[in-house]
Design a protein. Structure first.
Length: 265
């Protein structure tokens, strides 16, 4: 499997050991995941915001809050994965509450009030584009069943290919349940990253420029009832990321006279 060979090369090169690589990789995840959900911050603006706390001029404060909330949720997710903390419904709710901490809204429904900043499940039915999601009264059972299956599978997924597919499948299944009013995409991608971090694999990024293809892959997978469609899309995103990182690292390691840099003084 090509993707396994790429991971081996990535690890052999020691890319993850480069100073500040992990920080910038997490910031890249923040950037792309929030761009998919509507943020207009550039990657440089995201870096400055996370590293220096400076919000970009002329852009809504809500977009900066979306990014900083995502970063807090990502750090929390990785910390729990590294500690091998078992997945639970309450852990997913906590991740979602961090994602929505400063941008969530209160929803008043026939069945009561839901504050989306708390990670509470929705109490109404939702759609996204042409996609319809399970009735709200099925959300708790479906999410609990998903968590149970994932915990059972995490210990039995021995090969890298199985581990990656488990992370992709978790992503697809949670976003297809759509348990929350807000932040379902970000929370589902963080669940994918949790499983990858649990196995100490490089973390996947869905590139924001591929948003349309990403949404189409989700739709096609549901319509065709074939998880291989989404696995193939995510494997393509993952391979692109690894190839890009390997290429940048190898370029950096080339002799200085060949890298095109010219000293100005």
């Amino acid at each position: 499997m090509e993707i396994v060979n790429l991971i081996e090369k990535y690890n052999d090169l020691g890319i993850a050991d480069v100073i500040d690589h992990n920080r910038f990789n997490l910031i890249s995840i923040d950037h792309h995941s929030t761009r998919i959900e509507g943020s207009t911050l550039t990657e440089v603006e995201t870096q400055v915001l996370i590293n220096e706390g400076r919000t970009p001029n002329g852009k809504p404060l809500e977009e900066s809050l979306m990014v900083t909330d995502h970063h807090a949720a990502l750090l929390f997710t990785i910390e729990n994965a590294r500690a091998k903390k078992a997945l639970s419904v309450s852990l997913l709710k906590e991740i979602n509450s961090l994602v929505m901490k400063n941008t969530g809204k209160v929803y008043n429904t026939m069945l009561g009030t839901v504050d989306s900043r708390t990670g509470a499940f929705r109490k109404g039915n939702v759609t996204a584009g042409i996609s319809y999601f399970p009735n709200f009264d099925k959300v708790e059972r479906l999410t609990s069943d998903l968590v149970k299956r994932l915990n059972e599978s995490i210990g039995s997924a021995l090969s890298v290919a199985e581990q990656l597919n488990l992370s992709f499948d978790a992503h697809f299944n949670l976003v297809s349940i759509h348990p929350y009013y807000d932040g379902n995409g970000r929370t589902s991608r963080l669940l994918m990253n949790y499983i990858q971090a649990y196995y100490n694999l490089p973390l996947a990024i869905v590139r924001s420029e591929n948003k349309a293809a990403y949404i189409q892959a989700l739709i096609d997978t549901r319509q065709q009832e074939n998880i291989e469609v989404f696995r193939e899309f995510m494997a393509g995103e993952y391979s692109f990321l690894l190839n890009q990182e390997i290429e940048k690292f190898e370029e950096m390691k080339k002799p200085s006279e060949g890298n095109g840099f010219t000293f100005l003084f």
